[in-house]
Ligand binder design. Structure first.
Ligand SMILES: CCCCCCCC/C=C\CCCCCCCCCCC/C=C/C(=O)SCCNC(=O)CCNC(=O)[C@H](O)C(C)(C)COP(=O)(O)OP(=O)(O)OC[C@H]1O[C@@H](n2cnc3c(N)ncnc32)[C@H](O)[C@@H]1OP(=O)(O)O
Ligand SMILES: Cc1cc2nc3c(=O)[nH]c(=O)nc-3n(C[C@H](O)[C@H](O)[C@H](O)COP(=O)(O)OP(=O)(O)OC[C@H]3O[C@@H](n4cnc5c(N)ncnc54)[C@H](O)[C@@H]3O)c2cc1C
Length: 572
């Protein structure tokens, strides 16, 4: 039942129950509270939404306006939407599906505000699904995609909930209204860190889906003449088609491996945090924010490249690519808008750079910032060697982080306030953070292909894919590598020719590489990407089912076209 609900379209959305509401209980509720709500959520005996974003605030969580005011006389919190812009807006499932929500609200007790905290609020009756007293609910209307999901709105008119409905694993309010501080104020944000981490796998899966569709279709589709008089070739024989698709295919594998690292990091750092060691939280936040931003942005662009590579049929919903693009586009905004997330990573990098300047040896994903020499030693580099490629990406990132941080220091030395200096360098900061994440993805890809337990013939294919991904990144951002002479023009030319060689080397394995994602036709939902390759027959069957084909002459003819034609003919 739960799985069926999860896939149902038609105005109900239970995705957020699984990926946000239930994990929030797991991560933010006490053991007592888990006994009360977790099993109900896991068994879908209640359906929940994660209600944080408001009409007026999504990014700036500290600016949320919904209030939760503690009343010690009744030991209750009063949940209220004081303004129109405080209306909860966007949460998946909030409009028509959910009967509970974790509501992020500014906590007030004894007249003082302690910032955003999560509260469990029942929003609909379990008997007749009507909104609870004081709760106004609705759907926010059609969106770019995912219109099967009821992203909704909610308003609270002094709704009273028991004190025990504040999720109190980290912070809590005692019966007399005393607020007890959490080990870190950012622990209230921990479920966002978790969800951003899962977006890396969503991006990988979305790009894997799109490249599966486009590569398979590019083997079915024959078009034009490569040589006069010869049969029309598969469009995947064109180097330009390979240049469009294979870097996206390589990125899908790169992001899939990055999501493995993200999952492992999240588990290990949250494990330490359970024992009171918060030292890894900053790195986890920076990594999840940067990877989410980078992988979803590359994925959205990559899906559109795949769509265009399929010509007209790519633009049809029969291909499945417009829906994938719409979903991936959502990932760029949801769970932390990409620019804002990349700026969070930049904030961490600037901090680490300053520590490195002060002599601290950096560790983890920023260790390379300490190791990389500022003065490059140019020379004929072996541009097909993975170690050389990884070092190039790390040098580029270190140079850009140093440049952005020094620019900011320079602005402050001219007398600018830190915040103004930050804002006037934020484009440089974003580019530096992107370079940092890019270097992490390349290094992780290289380390994974060298260590993953596979047959040596498979390792050889994965190594070619990693070289292709890295060489594509260098040629696409050549200026960054040339800027301080770390790479020379000859190196970039060598990278380009190696890239062409990699396109040809990956071609024979392209179909096997997408089949390896093992995405069933039912998941792909694409006529172009069918496993059996019978595209044209099924495209025709798909079109015949279009609602417009229910009648031979559509009613619009009689309503509009016929009178219009008649009146035009009468004027002749
Ligand atoms: C095999 C299967 C195949 C499947 C095939 C198909 C594949 C799939 C196909 C398609 C995929 C797509 C499908 C469609 C999906 C559509 C989307 C569905 C899901 C949508 C779910 C979305 C949910 C949401 O959006 S929930 C709401 C999310 N909202 C946010 O994320 C808000 C973002 N804002 C913030 O997090 C914060 O406001 C902030 C971080 C921007 C600023 O916070 P602030 O307190 O102001 O902090 P700041 O002053 O900047 O920094 C202070 C210090 O705090 C540190 N810090 C900040 N945040 C954190 C944190 N989370 N953890 C730790 N530390 C943090 C910060 O670093 C500073 O530290 P410093 O030491 O002082 O520097
Ligand atoms: C499909 C979908 C599903 C969603 N599901 C949920 C859900 O289930 N629960 C939930 O609570 N929310 C949900 N959201 C809301 C989502 O979390 C927010 O839309 C997201 O956090 C972005 O916030 P915003 O809309 O306020 O954008 P804004 O922050 O207003 O972004 C507008 C522009 O302002 C820029 N900007 C903002 N702050 C800064 C800054 N400090 N520096 C530089 N630029 C800045 C941004 O980069 C962006 O270009 C969903 C959204 C979508 C699209």
């Amino acid at each position: 039942m739960a799985a069926a609900l999860q896939t149902l379209g038609g105005g109900i959305g239970i995705t957020l129950h699984w990926i946000a509401f239930t994990p929030t209980i797991e991560q933010q509720a006490t053991e007592e509270q888990k006994k009360k709500w977790l099993k109900l959520a896991q068994d879908v005996a209640i359906v929940g939404a994660y209600a944080q974003t408001e009409m007026g605030h999504g990014t700036f969580v500290r600016g949320l306006e919904t209030t939760a005011t503690y009343d010690p006389s009744t030991q209750e919190f009063v949940i209220n939407s004081p303004t129109l812009t405080s209306t909860k807006w966007w949460p998946g499932g909030l409009g028509k599906t959910a009967n509970h929500a974790t509501v992020m609200a500014q906590l007030y007790t004894r007249g003082k505000c302690y910032g955003p905290h999560n509260f469990m609020v029942q929003i609909r009756s379990l008997e007749n699904h009507q909104p609870c007293p004081g709760v106004t609910l609705g759907d926010i209307g059609p969106k770019m995609e995912s219109n099967g999901n009821d992203n909704g709105f909610a308003r609270f008119d002094h709704v009273r909930i028991p004190r025990e409905n504040m999720l109190m694993k980290f912070a809590r309010v005692e019966a007399d209204g005393t607020y007890v501080q959490p080990p870190s104020s950012k622990l209230a944000y921990s479920n966002m860190v978790y969800l951003r981490g899962t977006f890396v796998m969503s991006a990988a899966q979305a790009l894997a889906s799109a490249t599966t569709i486009a590569v398979r279709y590019s083997c079915v589709r024959r078009q034009s003449e490569m040589k006069p008089g010869e049969p029309e070739p598969q469009i995947l024989e064109y180097q330009t088609q390979q240049y469009k698709l294979f870097p996206q295919l390589a990125a899908a594998y790169a992001f899939w491996f990055a999501s493995w690292f993200m999952t492992q990091q999240h588990g290990s750092i949250t494990g330490s945090m359970e024992k009171g060691d918060m030292s890894g939280l900053a790195e986890l936040h920076a990594l999840s924010a940067g990877l989410k931003s980078y992988t979803t942005a590359v994925t959205a662009r990559g899906i559109d490249v795949c769509r265009m590579a399929c010509g007209g049929h790519g633009y049809s919903h029969a291909s499945g690519l417009p829906a994938l693009f719409g979903g991936a586009a959502a990932l760029c905004t949801a769970e932390g808008e990409n620019t804002v997330m990349m700026l969070q990573t930049a904030r961490y990098l600037v901090k680490c750079f300053a520590q490195s300047q002060a002599g601290k040896r950096l560790t983890g994903t920023v260790a390379y910032l300490s190791a990389v020499q500022p003065s490059p030693v140019a020379g004929n580099r072996n541009m097909s060697d993975l170690g050389t490629l990884v070092a190039a990406f790390q040098h580029r990132a270190a140079r850009m982080v140093r440049h952005a941080a020094m620019q900011m220091q320079g602005e402050m030395q001219k007398g600018k306030a830190r915040e103004d200096a930050w804002n006037s360098c934020s484009v440089l900061l974003i580019k530096a953070a992107e370079a940092h994440v890019h270097s992490f993805v390349v290094r992780n890809f290289a380390e994974t292909v060298q260590t993953v337990e596979v047959d040596e013939s498979v390792r050889a294919v994965l190594t070619s894919l990693c070289q292709l991904y890295s060489l594509y990144g260098i040629t696409e951002h050549a200026g960054d590598f040339l800027k301080d002479g770390y790479l020379t023009g000859r190196d970039i030319d060598a990278a380009s020719s190696h890239l062409s060689a990699m396109l040809a080397r990956v071609r024979p394995d392209a179909v096997a590489l997408v089949d390896a994602f093992d995405l069933h036709d039912k998941i792909l939902r694409s006529v172009l990407g069918r496993y059996d390759g019978r595209v044209y027959e099924h495209l025709y069957e798909w079109a015949k089912k279009s609602p417009l084909n229910k009648s031979e002459v559509h009613e619009s003819y009689y309503k509009y076209l016929q009178p219009f034609l008649k009146s035009n003919r009468a004027k002749l």
